[in-house]
Design a protein around this ligand. Structure first.
Ligand code: NAD
Ligand code: WQD
Length: 344
């Protein structure tokens, strides 16, 4: 019998790619999502790619009783990947209480229900945002956690602490915290990708929307940083590579006999790329001349951050393999797919 994995937020950007990889690795997937930031059509596209339709339950993770019933309706769930969260940094400054409630109460509900229903493992979506501007680059998992720059970032730090404290209290679970760097790109089929709500806040969706003519110009926030070309540097990680890290994390949780263990892994490429370098690669691989202009710095931006992924490479046996060229090509193909479908 296939092992059953619950994926919260599974119709979202990273969740949907992860469901594909889980199904291709032979797991049975149950998706829980309230569709606050995704579309149910994603289920059809996951089925088109994998020939398997995941079970989908429209449910809010804030609904404790609803979640409890889900575990009764679908017994023998072995582990959970918890993606469901609100993730817009700027919005979190405007609506902090929404962010604290949605991101923290959902997690607490899940943690409370895990031992009740015999679920032994959780993979949690954390973020490089917990490191702020690291003192040393590349940043390792041992780097100090810096004061959060936003309520969103704070929810990731507090979530990590909640999971750690639950395990210290001898809850019979294991946890893996995956600290993602900057996920970009789309599925090579162009059937899945990021669907930003309104004006994109992140670089690559804004860039592809500019290239296709939805936005007039891409603003590059600052060229006076202490970096070789003056623009910020990030570790851009392909979303399919990222999705695969979750499958490995799940395998690790299921194989582990030892209980009450928590581990954190950086999920990045190990290479920093500047904003201007990324624009250059995009122009080169698509042949499109991008309309961009340099403007002032964006408040709250980190100057430069990239991962030391050695722990994930050696301990998980996971490594980012996709090139930045293929990744940006996939983001562009996804934008073309959205246009063709009249979705954007
Ligand atoms: P996303 O918004 O595309 O996916 C999140 C999904 O969760 C959405 O489908 C949304 O409808 C759902 N959701 C939100 N609140 C819910 C609730 N209360 N109950 C049920 N479903 C709910 O975001 P994503 O980019 O796929 O991010 C997934 C996770 O990874 C999030 O926890 C995010 O904070 C984290 N993360 C994302 C990035 C990034 O840059 N995309 C970086 C680091 C960490
Ligand atoms: C990348 C670079 C911008 C838009 C955010 C969250 C972080 C994590 C990932 C969840 C920066 C520049 C951007 C634009 C630009 N998410 N930029 N013009 O800020 O590194 O990280 O997403 O956990 O927590 O903070 O990502 O894509 O917004 O920006 O010049 O229109 O692109 O200044 O240097 P960021 P981003």
């Amino acid at each position: 019998m296939k092992e059953r994995i619950l994926v919260t937020g599974g119709t979202g950007y990273i969740g949907s790619h992860t469901v594909v990889e889980l199904q291709e690795a032979g797991y049975e997937v149950i998706i829980v999502d309230n569709l606050a930031n995704s579309s149910v059509d994603v289920i059809d596209n996951i089925e088109k790619i994998t020939n398997v339709r995941p079970i989908f339950v429209e449910l809010d993770c804030l609904d404790y009783n609803g979640l409890n019933n889900l575990f009764i309706d679908y017994p023998r769930i072995k582990a959970i990947i918890h993606f469901a969260a609100s993730k817009a940094v700027g919005e979190s400054v405007q609506k902090p209480l929404h962010y604290y409630r949605n991101n923290l109460v959902s997690l607490i509900n899940i943690l409370e229900l895990m031992p009740k229903h015999g679920v032994g493992g959780i993979v949690f979506s954390s973020s490089c945002t917990v490191y702020g501007q690291p003192d040393k680059l590349p940043v390792t998992e041992k780097a100090p956690i810096k004061t959060a720059e936003s309520p969103y970032g704070n929810t990731k730090q507090i979530s990590e602490e909640i999971i750690r404290d639950a395990i210290i209290s001898e809850m019979p679970i294991n946890a893996i915290l995956l600290r993602y760097f900057n996920p970009i790109g789309a599925h090579p089929s162009a059937l899945l990708g990021e669907l930003p709500n309104g004006v994109p806040q992140n670089l690559v969706p804004y860039l592809t929307q500019t290239a296709i003519g939805i936005r007039e110009v891409l603003n590059v926030f600052g060229d006076d940083y202490h970096t070789p070309d003056g623009s910020c540097i990030r570790d851009f990680i392909n979303v399919v590579d990222l999705a695969k890290a979750h499958v490995i994390a799940i395998q690790r949780l299921l194989e582990k006999q030892q209980k009450q263990k928590i581990e954190a892994f950086n999920i990045g490429t190990g290479h920093g790329l500047s904003v201007l370098e990324l624009i250059n690669v995009f122009e080169r691989v698509t042949g499109i001349k991008l309309n961009y202009k340099i403007v002032g710095r964006r408040a709250g931006d980190i100057e430069q951050v990239w991962a030391d992924p050695t722990f994930a490479n050696e301990e998980l046996g996971w490594k980012a393999v996709e090139t930045i060229e293929d990744t940006l090509r996939s983001a562009w193909n996804w934008q073309l797919f959205l246009k063709e479908k009249g979705l954007q």
